[in-house]
Design a protein around this ligand. Sequence first.
Ligand code: SF4
Length: 317
Amino acid sequence: MREPRLQNNHPRRRKSAPSAALLSWVGRNKLEVKSLEVPVTQHCNLRCAACDHGSPLLGKSFLDLDQFAHDLTVLKWAMRTDEFRLVGGEPLQHPQLLSVIEVIRRSAIAKQIVLVTNGTLLHKADQALWRVIDRLWLSIYPGVSLSLSLQEIEDLCHEYNVRFDPRTTNNFRTVLMNNPIDDIDLVRSNYRECKTAHVWKCYTVLNGYFFKCSKSSVMRERLVRLGILHENSPVDGVDLRSRWRLKSRLEAYLESQEPLASCRACLGTSGPLIPHRQLNARALRAESEENHTPLIKHLSEQLREERRLLETAHRTV
Ligand code: SF4
């Protein structure tokens, strides 16, 4: 059994808690957020170890355009964003990516469109794509080769007036658990300190729901597969089927201090970092079968120890 390695790469826990979203409103009715995301595909052409979107384990799945158009028609009544990010999986795999962008433009919910890509399929992208995006967020992974050089990509961005935003990722954080986290104190602590939900605010729209983090948009499917949730468990997001009380439903959801059901199998941003690597089929199977109970137990003990030290410090003040 692999011992969890935490000493050198575990993020410092904040001593003070909380982090309900500070909501900002446009006028009285629209919530203004920095960004929204849509996973255009759930599958990816890469297999990164510890992918926090769970792509290597999720089946092939393309965004449903009609559903997405309906979601934005409802959401735009209560929300406005600076940028809409097309994420994955790998978004360039969607054969109707231009239509996805058209749906976002038509809704007028966002000022800018950002394509977040691993860049490996950029050489196949339709020329028209360059005219309809505002920023290219290029995730660069060590050892993954691009078919266009960085200079060629930068030149294309320059030619079409697209902001070029290359980001090298050497490490992935261990986020998604294969075993449930039974320690509710740890679940609460991970949720409270979760930068994905409360700082970076990776608000996501998918399949009729608004989610406060990218993980919860795919977690239910993953948890059902792992037997941690059941088919009839409620979804962790805000239902976008109707505009009925949408503003107050979004407000209550985003301000809630209660962890999501998804947090029972997620470390948020409290897990250890591991170096980036690509998985072959065997390593992928090993990752999907890995027993995370020792890591969860280690984090629980660490949390208890931190609290004990904190209490001792308070008593001696
Ligand atoms: S599931 Fe919970 S802990 Fe994980 S990213 Fe979302 S809010 Fe954070």
